[in-house]
Design a protein around this ligand. Structure first.
Ligand code: HPA
Length: 269
């Protein structure tokens, strides 16, 4: 499946992407900044899932961003949509096979850390996989990576440093923390949020963990950001709505795009 997708994409895209970018809920606008775009809809690629989540489109955008060749996923796949873990990470594997060594990931997340406010950008330092599964379950493909990949440095310390420098220079305030990945699609209960805080999580969301695991397996250099779109359940004594999540994404997503664009310019790919 990876080979077939690479073959099709290579027939349409005359360059090798240096960095891959996955855009989260309501954060797809970054793709509009890509110069000389070549768009490939997932539906054109045999065997590819097509995303159904609100705020998501389903396509790759290839082109240039701040002087670097990139491929951007405008629309990702979630476990709650019913896709298998293997389907969820297929595009990451394809982007790697196309040549991308760096992976930038964004998501919308609920703030668990009570010092956060909606609209905060959190640089992910580490994650807790509470999805109850793992995209690497099954026979290992040794051509992709090892059976038991190390996750100690999954969120590249060097690029995180670089990112914090870029943020300081660009005047973008960035928080840091641990992301806990759950399946959804129901939002969490207040008791779950209290439990997650005890476990050491700062933000909660329904994506990212599978893609990061697959990328680490393939030894990609990863950097990931959560946009805190809402405070997690039980903190503000008001119900969570999807509209709130998408609205904060629209409002603060631009700042995150600016930061990612800066960091991409600095990577030595
Ligand atoms: N919980 C889980 N996923 C989310 C949330 C949340 O509060 N906000 C945005 N994605």
């Amino acid at each position: 499946m990876i080979k077939k997708a690479v073959q099709y994409i290579s027939s349409r895209v005359p360059f090798k992407p240096q960095a891959a970018i996955i855009l989260g809920s309501g954060l797809g606008e970054l793709a509009d900044r890509i110069e000389n775009p070549i768009i490939i809809n997932y539906s054109e690629i045999e065997g590819f899932p097509v995303s159904t989540a609100p705020g998501h489109r389903g396509r790759f955008v290839f082109g240039e961003l701040n002087g670097k060749k990139v491929v951007c996923m405008q629309g990702r796949f979630h476990y709650y949509e019913g896709w298998s873990m293997e389907q969820i990470v297929l595009p990451v594997r394809v982007m790697r096979a196309l040549g991308a060594e760096y992976l930038f990931v964004t998501n919308a997340a609920g703030g668990i850390n009570t010092s956060f406010v909606p609209g905060d950008i959190m640089l992910i330092c580490d994650h807790i996989n509470l999805m109850g599964t793992n995209p690497l379950i099954g026979k290992n493909d040794d051509s992709l990576g090892v059976r038991f990949p190390d996750m100690s440095f999954a969120y590249s310390p060097e690029i995180r440093e670089l990112c914090l420098d870029c943020a300081a220079r660009a005047g973008v305030e960035v928080k840091q923390g641990v992301y806990i990945g759950v399946t959804g699609p129901s939002y969490e209960t207040p008791a779950e949020i209290r439990a997650f805080r005890t476990l050491g999580a700062d933000a909660v969301g329904m994506s990212t963990v599978p893609e990061i695991i697959a990328a680490s397996h393939m030894r990609m250099k990863v950097i990931a950001f959560s946009l805190i779109t809402n405070m997690a359940a039980g903190i503000l004594k008001q119900p969570l709505t999807e509209e709130e999540v998408l609205e904060t994404g629209r409002r603060r997503g631009r700042e995150m795009q600016r930061l990612i664009t800066e960091v991409i310019g600095e990577i030595d790919a």
